[in-house]
Design a binder for this molecule. Structure first.
Ligand SMILES: *[C@@H]1O[C@H](CO)[C@@H](O)[C@H](O)[C@H]1NC(C)=O
Ligand SMILES: *[C@@H]1O[C@H](CO)[C@@H](O)[C@H](O)[C@H]1NC(C)=O
Ligand SMILES: *[C@@H]1O[C@H](CO)[C@@H](O)[C@H](O)[C@H]1NC(C)=O
Ligand SMILES: *[C@@H]1O[C@H](CO)[C@@H](O)[C@H](O)[C@H]1NC(C)=O
Length: 357
C-alpha cells in the first residue's frame, strides 16, 4: 500500500513527465494542455481523497484507461464495408459504398472516430507529412488530401498528383500542413529517402511508406525483396530518432529534442489475378508470389507486430473485406478502401499521442 507521501511524489512525477514526453508530439498543443490539465486534476483529486478511502482506485483506473487505449491499436482494422453498385459507366461500375468500424463490444469500447475536416485539420495542424511509395501510396495521398480539402481544390490536386511517376509537394496554408509525396516504387528508393532525412537532419512528423508491387512485377524474387526490406528496417532503426521501445538493436540517435516521427507501412492490396490488365502481370503477380512477398515482409521484422518500428496499415485486409467489387483492375481499389486506411492512421495517431477528441 502506498503512503500518501509516496503517492504525492508519484503523482507529481506523472504530471511533470507525461506532458513533457508528449511535448515531443507537437501537433495540437491545445489538446495536450487539456490532457495534462485533466491528468493533474484527476491525480490531485485522487491524492486528496485517498485518506478517506481504503483503495487508490482513482489512480489505478486512470492507468487502466491508458493501457486499454494501447490494445485498441490492434483493433483498428476491425472494419466493415457496405458496398452496393449504384450505376454503370462504360465498363466501370460506380459504387455506392461506405465503411464503419465493426460494432463488436471491444471495438465499440475503443470509441474510434471518423474525423471530419476540422478535426483532421486540427490534428495535422503545423505538421510535415511524407508519403512515399508506389501507386497505392498515391491513392492514399488522394484520400488524405480529400479529407482536408474541398472538392474544387481536389480537382487541381488530382491533376498534379497523377502526372505519372513524379513527386508532389503541397503546403495546405490554412492549417500549415506540409505534404510530400515521393515516388518510390522500390524499397531501395525508400532506404535512400531515409538517408536523405539523415543527411538533412530533418524528419517528418508522420511518415507513410510502402512498396512491393513493382518489385514483384519487374524483379519477381521474394528473397531479394526480403533483403531490401531488412536494409530499410536497419536504416529506419538507426537513422530515425524513434523511441527505444521499438528498436531493440539500434542506437537512439540525436538529442532528446528531436521529435519522434510516427511511421506507418502501407501494405500491398489483395491482387485479383484474373482482373490484372496484362498477361505479364497475371503470370508473375499470382497468389503464390504474393504470399512469398508477404512472408518476407513479416520475416524482415519491419512491422511492429513482428517487433519492428512501423505500424501497419493493412491494405490487404481492407481490400479483401471490400472485395472484388471494389476494384476494376485487380490492383487499385475504390476510394473507400484508402479512406478507411486514412482514418485508421489518424486514430492511431490519436491513440499514440493519448489524445481524445
Ligand atoms: C470494355 O470492355 C471491352 C471488353 O472487355 C473492351 O473491348 C472495351 O474496350 C472496354 N471499353 C472501355 C471504354 O474500356
Ligand atoms: C493551427 O494552429 C495555429 C497556431 O498554432 C492556429 O492559429 C490556427 O488557428 C490553427 N488552425 C487550425 C485549422 O486548427
Ligand atoms: C528507385 O530505385 C530503382 C532501383 O534501385 C532505381 O533504378 C530508380 O531510379 C529509383 N527511382 C527513384 C525515383 O529514385
Ligand atoms: C534472388 O535474390 C537473391 C538475393 O538477392 C539472390 O541471391 C538470388 O540469386 C536471386 N534469385 C534469382 C533466381 O535471381
Amino acid at each position: 500500500m502506498f503512503g500518501a507521501v509516496q503517492l504525492g511524489v508519484l503523482a507529481a512525477c506523472v504530471v511533470l513527465f507525461v506532458p513533457m514526453g508528449m511535448a515531443g508530439w507537437h501537433l495540437s498543443r491545445n489538446k495536450m494542455l487539456f490532457f495534462s490539465g485533466a491528468l493533474f486534476i484527476t491525480l490531485a483529486v485522487g491524492v486528496h481523497l485517498t485518506p478517506y478511502f481504503p483503495s487508490i482506485s482513482t489512480f489505478v483506473s486512470s492507468v487502466v484507461v491508458l493501457q486499454n487505449r494501447d490494445s485498441c491499436v490492434s483493433l483498428l482494422h476491425d472494419i466493415v464495408f457496405h458496398v452496393k453498385p449504384l450505376d454503370h459507366f462504360q465498363n466501370f461500375t460506380i459504387l455506392g459504398g461506405s465503411w464503419s468500424w465493426s460494432n463488436s463490444a471491444p471495438v465499440v469500447s475503443c470509441d474510434f472516430q471518423k474525423l471530419g475536416r476540422s478535426d483532421a485539420s486540427d490534428l495535422l495542424n503545423g505538421s510535415w507529412v511524407v508519403v512515399a511509395g508506389d501507386s497505392q501510396a498515391r491513392l492514399f495521398v488522394v484520400s488524405l488530401l480529400g479529407l482536408v480539402f474541398g472538392s474544387e481544390e481536389m480537382d487541381s490536386v488530382r491533376a498534379q498528383l497523377f502526372k505519372r511517376h513524379s513527386d508532389y509537394h503541397i503546403v495546405v496554408d490554412q492549417i500549415g500542413m506540409k505534404l510530400d509525396f515521393v515516388w518510390a516504387p522500390y524499397v531501395t528508393n525508400l532506404t535512400h529517402l531515409m538517408m536523405d532525412f539523415k543527411q538533412e537532419n530533418n524528419y517528418p512528423d508522420v511518415l507513410l511508406m510502402g512498396a512491393g508491387l513493382w518489385h514483384m512485377l519487374h524483379v519477381t524474387n521474394s528473397s531479394d525483396y526480403g533483403v531490401s526490406l531488412r536494409l530499410l528496417r536497419n536504416s529506419v532503426v538507426s537513422f530515425l530518432p524513434i523511441s527505444p521501445e521499438f528498436g531493440n538493436d539500434g542506437p537512439v540517435t540525436g538529442s532528446v529534442s528531436i521529435r519522434s516521427p510516427h511511421i506507418f507501412w502501407i501494405g500491398m492490396p489483395v491482387l485479383i489475378s484474373s482482373m490484372l490488365n496484362t498477361e505479364e502481370k497475371r503470370m508473375k503477380m499470382n497468389d503464390a508470389m504474393w504470399s512469398d512477398y508477404d512472408k518476407e515482409l513479416y520475416r524482415s521484422k519491419l512491422l511492429r507486430q513482428s517487433g519492428g518500428p512501423l505500424l501497419s496499415l493493412d491494405i490487404q485486409s481492407l481490400s479483401e473485406k471490400c472485395g472484388k467489387q471494389c476494384t476494376v483492375d485487380g490492383m487499385h481499389y475504390d476510394r473507400i478502401v484508402y479512406e478507411a486506411a486514412i482514418h485508421i492512421m489518424l486514430n492511431a495517431l490519436l491513440i499514440e499521442s493519448h489524445q481524445k477528441l
